[in-house]
Design a protein around this ligand. Structure first.
Ligand SMILES: Cc1cc2nc3c(=O)[nH]c(=O)nc-3n(C[C@H](O)[C@H](O)[C@H](O)COP(=O)(O)OP(=O)(O)OC[C@H]3O[C@@H](n4cnc5c(N)ncnc54)[C@H](O)[C@@H]3O)c2cc1C
Ligand code: FES
Length: 273
């Protein structure tokens, strides 16, 4: 029987620094046959391991339609991510997955899509953004709302010009520096009745504090609980619904039932947000 925890041997093929605390890694599965059958959906994640430094979940951040390689953007936090930041092109890591529900494309078909991100939350949403950029015919109107503490921490800066051709970009920072000429304040301030259509579908990825205020605002703007999706981040071990580390009350697991949940699914769970 196949060991479900056995990592797939993977190489780092490119490393780009996106901010002082964030790097973008382009990865390629070493074995060609495994690479050819490896598929993931928007919003899914995988478990990345470095021998001797442990493993942790990370969201895919490139378009699922790009086949040879995939990307992950990593914030430097603890021992695993610090080790990752020391690795070089052609070094090996392990991955297992893809895991999680991902986003159901049927739910967003022919709908206005509002993507709201805080901090490194833009990373998993980039699977949709990059896909929409490569295949504009597959998506309806997309609006991006992205906020960070300061402009230095904004990820994927060099992509904004390209994204703006097909999508509406709305950026904000809490603390502007001398070079910043765009919005100042929290991302919630950008969500106005002029901008947000009542029948839109919203996907939120960011710190939990952002969820609380953004959800309140979206509901006040007329969005239904079923059309607001949040990506929950929990401590995970197995990633496959066995260890209970990511369990929510009511028998749901963030690793297998999530990480994307509609607000309707989790609003009555005190440990949800
Ligand atoms: C589904 C999912 C997708 C993720 N995608 C990404 C991604 O694309 N990019 C990325 O950089 N990170 C992502 N993360 C978070 C990443 O898995 C953690 O930051 C990981 O623990 C880092 O490992 P580490 O050993 O470097 O840090 P650790 O030693 O595990 O932790 C360092 C610090 O961060 C805190 N911390 C770590 N994880 C969490 C958490 N889940 N909730 C609250 N505090 C935490 C710890 O308490 C500690 O203070 C994701 C997490 C989940 C659940
Ligand atoms: S991480 Fe083990 S049950 Fe979800």
């Amino acid at each position: 029987m196949k060991n479900q925890y056995e990592p797939i041997s993977t190489s780092i093929v490119k490393i780009e620094t996106l901010s002082p605390i964030n790097k973008l890694f382009t990865l390629q599965i070493k074995d060609e046959q495994t690479r050819n059958v490896f598929k993931f959906r928007h919003g899914q994640f995988f478990i990345l391991s470095v021998p001797g430094f442990g493993e942790a979940p990370f969201g895919f951040c490139s378009s699922p339609t790009i086949k040879e390689t995939f990307q992950v953007s990593v914030d430097k936090r603890g021992s695993l991510t610090s080790k990752l930041f020391e690795l070089k092109v052609s070094d090996g890591i392990g991955i297992r997955g893809p895991y999680g529900n991902g986003f159901d494309r049927k739910k967003i078909k022919n709908r206005n899509l509002v993507l709201i991100a805080g901090g490194c939350g833009l990373s998993p949403l980039r699977t949709i953004i990059q896909d929409a950029n490569l295949h504009p015919d597959k998506f309806q109107n997309i609006q991006i709302f992205y906020g960070c503490r300061n402009s230095e921490l904004l990820s994927f800066k060099k992509d904004y010009k390209k994204w703006s051709k097909n999508m509406e970009m709305n950026l904000t920072v809490d603390t502007p520096d001398k070079t910043w000429s765009d919005n100042v304040g929290v991302v919630t301030d950008l969500l106005t009745p002029e901008k947000i259509k009542k029948d839109a579908v919203a996907i939120l990825v960011g710190p939990p504090i952002m969820y609380k205020f953004v959800i309140q605002k979206l509901i006040a703007l007329g969005l239904s609980d079923d059309d607001i999706y949040v990506s929950l981040e929990r401590r995970m071990h197995c990633g496959i619904g066995i260890c209970q580390h990511c369990a929510l009350v009511g028998g749901k697991y963030v690793c297998t039932d999530g990480p994307l949940f509609s607000y309707a699914e989790i609003k009555d769970k005190p440990e949800g947000i």
